[in-house]
Design a protein. Structure first.
Length: 332
């Protein structure tokens, strides 16, 4: 499992390096570069920690690990970046590659730290069929049928699929939790205009039974909503691409061009608001949209918070954009 976690973590690091490079170009006020990068680096540490340690990984532990493995060590380089801020245009442009290198070096150091702590470091070969293989094996008779009035949420474990459905129907329809296995079946609940909302297990959990359930759900669904909490890493992007391609083929086979649609919902924006400055959140939002632009246009991407928390208290859901997007795509 360590190899899988490492690949996932490295994808996060690469994404943050790109984001950081963009941020420092815009940070031309003295002192703003250091503030933006330190915040981004701490957030990156938090995400890497959750990959290796699970959903109960805490922010304070991320800060401690970041300091232990090198956040303080890059302080000198941050000072050098600030010096470049004082050199208009040429200095500002020169900051980008330096910032990207700092972020990537720190990320690799944190990954190395957790790799050494992993109980099993050998490469694991997954034997379960992929979601793509299961979709490819679909009987032609099934695919020739019109999709049902079903809206299916898919995504990794812990991205907030269940909590988002609960927010849409405004009651606790499904149990929620970030741990592996909270959602182990495909369940549905009535929604609006004769449609139902369908919850699914974690998409990349490497469980053949789960993947078969998800594949079957995708085939019958008119609307699929890929749910994430941030940037997508390479295996996820491949799944998004394949879902888009299969939907186009299924629409052709069933004589329903354009009926099946794919949306992207970026959840847990409340956490970003508490840990990232607005400029950094805007950069990440732009990066996410660019990641999926080939398969999901910007008009079909929504950001929100299904179960926002403030001072340890659950706040009202902020999913208005998602609700609007769903209604637009089931009524068009």
């Amino acid at each position: 499992m360590s190899s899988y976690k490492k690949t996932k973590a490295q994808s996060w690091v690469n994404g943050y390096a790109v984001t950081g490079a963009g941020i420092v170009i815009a940070a031309v006020i003295p002192g703003s570069t250091s503030v933006a990068l330190m915040s981004l680096e701490a957030t990156m540490c938090f995400h890497i920690g959750k990959i290796y340690r699970g959903s109960d990984y805490e922010w304070k532990e991320a800060v401690a690990v970041a300091g232990a493995v090198g956040l303080a060590a890059v302080a000198g380089k941050l000072i050098a970046l600030e010096a470049l801020t004082l050199l208009p245009f040429a200095g500002w442009a020169a900051k980008a590659p330096i910032a990207g290198g700092i972020i990537k070096a720190l990320g690799e150091a944190i990954i190395s730290y957790y790799e050494k702590m992993e109980p099993y470091s050998s490469v694991v070969t997954f034997k379960s069929p992929t979601i793509v293989e299961l979709l490819t094996a679909s009987p032609q008779a099934i695919l020739a049928k019109r999709p049902q009035k079903v809206i299916t949420f898919v995504g990794k474990t812990g991205e907030g699929k269940s909590s988002t459905i609960n927010a849409l129907v405004d009651y606790q329809a499904f149990n929620v939790g970030a741990e592996h296995g909270t959602t182990t079946t495909v369940d549905s609940v009535d929604y609006t205009n004769g449609y139902s909302l369908q919850d699914t297990p974690g998409l990349l959990d490497d469980d053949a039974e789960y993947l078969q359930l998800i594949a079957d759900a995708l085939k019958e669904s008119e609307l699929v909503i890929y749910t994430t909490r941030g940037q997508l890493y390479e295996p996820e992007l491949e799944v998004v691409r394949q879902i888009c391609n299969f939907q186009q083929q299924w629409n052709q086979d069933s004589g329903t061009p354009g009926l099946r649609k794919l949306l992207l919902y970026v959840n847990m924006q409340d956490i970003k608001e508490q840990t990232m400055p607005s400029s950094m959140r805007a950069e990440e939002a732009t990066l996410i949209k660019s990641q999926v632009a080939e398969w999901i246009p910007e008009s079909k991407v929504a950001f929100g918070a299904a179960a926002p928390v403030l001072k340890n208290q659950i706040q009202p859901a902020r999913i208005e954009k998602l609700q609007e997007l769903i209604l637009q795509n089931i009524n068009s």
